[in-house]
Design a protein around this ligand. Structure first.
Ligand code: UD1
Length: 376
């Protein structure tokens, strides 16, 4: 079975890697990585392929940046041609980026091919499966929420990471038979590379002590695209760095906006505020393992810190990953209460959080089992 694994942006790569490796071991499976090109910088894409032991993508759509409609439209046009040429039996999309939604739409609308019809596939088009299905922030101003809703509405198989995902989908009227809880695939990557991650010593390279710094990542349009908000945010970071050193690997979107506002000098002035380029997976995870707390607006970091029992402050009004809050590691905050929340996080210790079912490094195994049962 020809299986396309759709990879597009940084947070996708650690989700397809464990699956690619697991499928490669199966004699019946022919996994092929399709990179849409949404992220294209060396340090936003290639370095992740190296760290995660992935080969160069066999298919690269080379789409790049653009407005939401432009980016999604170009991915759909380019991927439609690939689908017609190669007719995969299964398309696996992950996460919630524009390419996730665009490839799903392209695949489910491909004209029927009689030869592709079988007992297990009555559609005559590729089966589409969404890994990390069912997450909802219930905030439709978030582009990712739209991507999640469209993808889950159209996909044939919905692999969820946690019980809230199952519940959300059932509330939306999705048939129970489409939903399968497989767990959190990112934990597979973390566990696959744990030894290598633990051997790194990134904090000492940065003159920091393990357990004595905050790790910052910010890239959401709602935090970094509005000049007033971004100015305030930078001021807050300078203030926090007076209490505790901060490491801030900057996303290209955030860097561009900070540079346009000429705020970089203020940030770089502060010795306790270490700005870096985006880091590769292994180095970044080493910083996560050893940080005292994370301050982020990313989805994945909320989950990784929860798994590791590290306090996380999420600078957002909501999260599509409420389980991280229920576990007690993650807290939503805003610019008004950020400083106070950081003070509180500094009093917290790394906790032994109760394990979440199926966040165990074996999600890829369960996905492979699910595909096998689809075939049999
Ligand atoms: C995208 C995803 C977001 C995910 C994030 C992780 C959507 C709607 N958003 O946001 O869910 O959390 O990736 O990073 O799909 N750029 C570069 N080099 C790159 C990539 C981007 O310079 O390799 C710059 C470009 O100027 C681009 C901007 O960053 O316009 C934004 O990139 P884009 O892929 O549109 O969205 P992200 O903000 O990265």
């Amino acid at each position: 079975m020809l299986i396309h694994l759709i990879a597009a942006a940084r947070p996708n790569f650690m989700k397809i890697a464990p699956l690619y490796h697991a499928l490669k071991k199966e004699p019946w499976a022919q996994p092929v990585i399709v990179h849409t090109g949404q992220h294209y910088d060396l340090n936003m894409s290639d370095v992740f392929f190296q760290d995660l032991g992935l080969p160069e993508p066999e298919i690269h759509l080379g789409v790049g940046s653009g407005s939401h409609a432009e980016q999604a439209g170009q991915v759909m046009m380019a991927y439609e041609n690939i689908l017609l040429e190669s007719r995969p039996g299964l398309v696996i999309v992950v996460g919630d980026v524009n390419s996730t939604m665009a490839c799903t739409i392209a695949a489910v609308k491909i004209p029927e091919d009689r030869a592709q019809k079988s007992k297990n596939n009555k559609t005559g088009r590729p089966i589409v499966a969404h890994l990390e299905a069912g997450l909802r922030s219930y905030d439709r101003t978030m582009p990712e929420e739209i991507n999640r809703l469209v993808t889950d509405t159209l996909a044939d198989i919905l692999w969820t990471p946690s019980p809230d995902g199952d519940k959300n989908l059932m509330q939306e009227g999705v048939a129970r038979t489409k939903i399968q809880r497989v767990g959190n695939i990112m934990i597979d990557s973390l566990e696959m590379l744990r030894d290598t991650i633990e051997k790194q010593n990134v904090c000492s390279e940065l003159n920091l002590n393990a357990g004595d710094y905050g790790l910052v990542t910010l890239h959401r349009p709602s935090n970094v695209d509005d000049p007033q908000i971004l100015k305030r945010l930078c001021k807050e970071l300078v203030g926090i760095a007076k209490q505790v050193p901060l490491v801030f690997p900057i996303h290209p979107r955030t860097r561009k906006n900070i540079e346009n506002l000429e705020l970089m000098v203020d940030l770089e002035k502060d010795k306790q505020l270490i700005i870096s380029e985006p880091l590769n997976y292994i180095k970044f995870m080493n910083l996560v393992f050893n940080c005292r707390f994370a301050l982020t607006d990313s989805g994945g970091i909320q989950e990784e810190t929860t798994y590791l029992g590290i306090p996380c402050l999420t600078l957002r009004p909501n999260t599509e990953r409420p389980i991280t809050i229920d576990q007690g590691t993650n807290k939503l905050c805003d610019l008004d209460n950020l400083a106070e929340n950081v003070r509180e996080a500094l009093t917290q210790k790394k906790s032994d959080v109760p394990r979440i079912e199926f966040w165990d490094g074996r999600t890829a195994e369960r996905v492979v089992k699910s595909i096998k049962s689809l075939l049999s």
